[in-house]
Design a protein around this ligand. Structure first.
Ligand code: ZN
Length: 175
């Protein structure tokens, strides 16, 4: 089974309907590979390094960086991981044991989710498919390329997982 840790929780500040500040959640997966999913914005650098230190590793130990989608607030520290391969989001793929990636468009046409099998259950790191913990309840319409498609992919992901790591929030248990 893979281990998963939210290294840095993201945030999304909306003031008067306008995004006033945003940085993605940064997740760390450890199995036969060490993987970072999304890398926040550049000012998060120190917090990411500190978070990895707590896991007993440094940025140089990361093998693979995955961005759930190519937006700046999810990619700001890609260059911190000098020894890592940047995973190109092209097809749905098995990444390593217990970790796979699936195409979940809606927020953008190029959005992916990472599914991780852990001892606690199946966790889906979904990026901005579900940006905040209350996205599913609030009825808030996110900034999306295709919201109807996004809703379908949310349902699909919820069927496949026990826990969700939100793109700009923490981990939630599926109801
Ligand atoms: Zn985002």
């Amino acid at each position: 089974m893979a281990k998963l840790k939210v290294i840095k929780k993201g945030y999304l500040r909306i003031l008067g309907g306008i995004v006033a500040g945003a940085s993605s959640t940064v997740s760390f997966i450890q199995n036969d590979k060490k993987i970072i999913v999304d890398t926040g914005v550049s000012k998060d650098r120190k917090e990411i390094i500190t978070g990895l230190e707590k896991e007993g590793i440094g940025p140089e130990d990361i093998d693979l960086v995955i961005n759930t989608h190519p937006h700046g607030d999810h990619m700001g520290n890609n260059n911190l991981f000098q020894n890592a391969v940047l995973f190109e989001n092209r097809d749905s793929k098995k990444i390593c044991d217990d970790v796979e990636m699936i195409h979940t468009p809606g927020h953008t046409s190029n959005c992916y989710s990472v599914l991780v099998k852990t001892d606690q259950g199946r966790v889906a790191i979904v990026g901005d498919l579900i940006a905040l913990e209350d996205d599913l309840d609030s009825g808030r319409k996110p900034y999306s390329f295709d919201f109807e498609l996004q809703k379908k992919n949310r349902e699909k992901i919820l069927e496949m997982s026990d826990y969700i790591v939100c793109g700009h929030g923490g981990m939630i248990e599926k109801k």
